[in-house]
Ligand binder design. Structure first.
Ligand code: C2E
Ligand code: MG
Ligand code: MG
Length: 731
């Protein structure tokens, strides 16, 4: 320690130039003390003085004093330097309050200090922001007024301490408590508190509020193949895209992992909410560039709306979660509105998963084969194997329903292997050299054992590899592209054919067609359907795909062709193959053998001349309300603008009904056609997509209104004006 030496050299120097504030001040003090000369007091004061100096030099704190007008008479040198002055001398005589910024970090004016100073109050540890450029610096400042012997105010003396570090960590802590450190979005705690307060306030004002729960599809795959830093970078980009669509930063939150929640106050229009959800899904499904790699993920969204789907945040979140689960179950990349039957659906799914575990062992799985036909010659060139589950109690269950369950429950590998072997086995017994196509789940594709399994199925059955075609979906292009390339190479090495399935439903980038060794592109049904709609660009895109495929020597198959006009369209677009009901439904192996026996199998296309547009065939019980009487009717088909109802007799054209679809979904409808027990009605409000291939009303009658209305209706019941079919039959 060199302190004593410095004390010796500084302290006696009572004549240090007054221009250097700090030294001057201390110097003068020292000089005065020296003049007073009383030995013990002198020593004490001197010691105190040296301690002050020492303390100031340690930079742990500083001292200040002012005159009665609030102007500095002393300030520690270090403070002056910190706020950009040469030394303390420059500050002497300037207002003490100038040392601090007039506003704090939240932009709020700091009025406390001037107030305290004019009141001549003492103060302790007042947090103040230094008037320094750059990173914010904070001081805790204390001061005591001092007075002349006559009792009049003479100024302040005080001290200050740097508290920047503490302050920052406190701020960080409170930010961490409310915001997600990775994306900067509100965190789970923050958003659930916000939802609580919003719902409580809105309930009183009878306002609605929607929430969306969002889960990324295949995020885990990216995380696993590209690594966690890439996963983190991806999540940040997801957050940015979400903010761009939603706008209000405070209403978007990351709940954790790859789950997000959005609050949409004052929204209950399911048309608009569906559009927003679809925008979000479309935006998040665009390719990302992370750490030099390109990757693609998807998103599923569940929507619940207060007060219709729940009035407390717990109920609303639980129901949005159920809708999200249903959205994922129905194929991912979808949104879904909550409806009360989802509770049953979730339970059904759980039971199905249980049953699926031993469905194979119980011999409940079967294969059906759908012909793939040469579009010009009507000759069957191959078939696609489609798995069927003949459930002991429920009958046939669609693979669209149970394949996702099998994927989630880790049963797809076992099931896929069975399908592969069975298809090869059956194909060996077919006459001629008809090909068999087998669907391969992306989960199977990601397993490095796949080539071994394929080779083994070929070897044990003796099927020639060029008769086996594996159908793969675009989602295999996510994640690690070198792994994907290696898998393609291994499979091609076995001599099997590869087809790209469901083209037009996913990301549909033509880019990877050039590098991946496909023998065929299968254009999805929805894409072909779209092409027949007026104004659609799908036709032009199909033409481009066909041109590219021809250049790369790939075949094209149009899937799901049902009507003759669709067939004509795809023929015109030069699609080489067609698969669909217009030629044949999937058939059992026995039926296939009957047809194929002839050697060359041709099918004459047959079906409706035109594709029916957007009508949903159904059998749905609803209420039709007329003159305060409620009739039970059945909806036979439904479009956004009208429906065909059954159940009331001889209703005059022009009659207006309110159709009650349940759960507060009411639509006013006018009878336009009437044939005995059937009526074609036109809606006054168009229906919108429910995100699940069905329709729902835009708005619902609020539970608040229903509560108010039930008190009145009892008094207003009327007699029915029409006869129902059941009454009529009984009569
Ligand atoms: P996919 O591979 O695109 O198969 C075509 C689907 O379209 C089949 O539905 C088929 O029955 C249906 N389809 C064919 N023509 C028409 C038509 O003209 N109109 C209509 N509306 N539909 C038509 P399916 O059998 O219900 O299979 C659905 C999906 O389940 C398949 O779509 C495939 O992705 C998956 N899948 C089926 N079998 C298997 C399998 O063994 N393994 C795996 N991983 N997935 C499978
Ligand atoms: Mg397929
Ligand atoms: Mg397909």
């Amino acid at each position: 320690m060199d302190m004593p030496a410095r004390i010796e050299s500084d302290a006696p120097g009572g004549d240090v130039a007054a221009g250097d504030g700090q030294r001057g001040f201390l110097g003068k003090l020292g000089a005065r003390m020296g003049k007073r000369g009383a030995a013990p007091a002198n020593l004490d004061t001197r010691e105190a003085l040296l301690l002050v100096r020492n303390y100031e030099e340690s930079r742990r704190g500083w001292f200040w004093s002012t005159d009665a007008s609030g102007r500095l008479t002393y300030i520690t040198d270090a403070v002056a330097r910190l706020i950009g002055r040469q030394g303390a001398g420059e500050l002497l005589g300037t207002p003490f309050t100038d040392l601090f910024l007039p506003a704090d970090s939240n932009g709020e004016r700091q009025r406390t200090l001037p107030f305290l100073l004019t009141r001549q109050s003492k103060f302790d540890d007042l947090p103040l922001r230094a008037a320094a450029d750059g990173e914010p610096r904070w001081w805790a400042v204390s001061g005591r007024p001092h007075f002349t012997p006559g009792g009049s105010f003479a100024g302040y003396r005080g001290s200050g301490m740097d508290i920047t570090a503490q302050r920052q960590s406190a701020e960080d802590a409170s930010r961490l408590a409310l915001y997600d450190s990775l994306t900067g979005l509100a965190n789970r705690f923050n958003i659930s508190r916000k939802l609580d307060t919003t719902l409580a306030a809105f309930a009183q004002q009878q306002r609605s509020c929607a929430i969306m729960l969002l889960d990324l599809d295949r995020f885990k795959q990216v995380n696993d193949t590209l690594g966690h830093p890439a996963g983190d970078a991806l999540l940040k980009q997801v957050a940015e895209r979400l903010l761009k669509i939603v706008g209000d930063k405070e209403m978007v939150s990351r709940l954790g992992g790859d789950e997000f929640q959005i609050i949409l106050p004052d929204q209950e229009d399911r048309g608009k909410l569906g559009d927003t959800a679809a925008d979000i899904i479309a935006s998040l499904s665009q390719p990302y560039s992370v750490e030099g790699s390109r990757c693609i993920i998807g998103a599923s969204v569940g929507v619940a709306i207060a007060p219709f789907d729940g009035q407390t945040s717990d109920d609303l979140v639980r129901n949005a979660d159920l809708a999200l689960y249903a959205a994922k179950g129905s194929g991912r990349g979808r949104f879904r509105f909550y409806s009360s039957d989802l509770h049953q659906a979730a339970e059904d799914r759980r039971v199905l998963e249980e049953d699926l575990r031993d469905a194979l062992a119980r011999g409940e799985m079967q294969l059906a084969y759908q012909p793939v036909v040469n579009a010009k010659s009507n000759m069957v060139t191959g078939v696609e194997a489609l798995v069927r589950w003949n459930h002991s109690e429920r009958g046939m269950i669609s693979p669209a329903m149970f394949i996702p369950i099998a994927e989630e429950a880790n049963l797809i590998w076992q099931l896929g292997e069975w399908v592969l072997r069975k298809a090869c086995e059956d194909a060996m017994r077919w006459p001629g050299d008809m090909r068999v196509a087998v669907n391969v789940s992306p989960i199977q594709f990601a397993n490095e054992d796949l080539p071994k399994i394929v080779a083994s199925a070929l070897a044990t059955t003796g099927l020639s590899p060029d008769r086996l075609e594996l159908e793969i979906t675009e989602s295999v292009f996510l994640g690690d592209s070198t792994e994907t390339a290696r898998m393609f190479k291994a499979l091609k090495g076995l001599g099997v054919r590869l087809a790209l399935d469901d083209f037009g439903t996913g990301y549909s980038s033509l880019g990877y067609l050039q590098s991946a060794p496909f023998d065929k592109i299968k254009i999805d049904q929805s894409f072909v359907r779209g092409a027949t709609e007026p104004g659609s660009r799908n036709g032009a895109i199909i033409a481009a795909i066909v041109a590219l495929a021809e250049a790369l020597e790939m075949e094209t198959t149009a899937e799901g062709i049902e009507s003759l006009d669709q067939l004509e369209l795809v023929r015109k677009l030069s699609v080489s193959h067609v698969q669909g009901y217009v030629y044949s439904q999937p058939v059992a192996n026995a039926e296939l053998l009957e047809h194929a026996e002839a050697g060359s199998w041709t099918i004459k296309p047959s079906g409706p001349a035109k594709q029916r547009n957007g009508r949903f065939q159904m059998f749905r019980k609803v209420g039709a309300i007329h003159d305060n009487h409620r009739y039970n009717v059945v909806i036979r088909n439904l479009s956004t603008t009208g429906a065909f109802i059954e159940g009331i007799l001889d209703v005059p054209i022009g009659t207006r009904f309110v159709i009650d679809f349940g759960e507060g979904q009411l639509v006013t409808a006018t009878v336009r056609r009437s044939m005995k027990h059937q009526q074609g009605v036109q809606f006054e409000q168009t229906m919108v997509s429910d995100g699940n291939g069905g329709l729902c009303t835009r708005h619902r009658v609020s539970p608040y209104l229903i509560a108010a209305a039930t008190q009145q209706t009892a008094a207003n019941l009327a007699l029915p004006s029409f006869t129902t079919t059941t009454d009529w039959k009984a009569a």
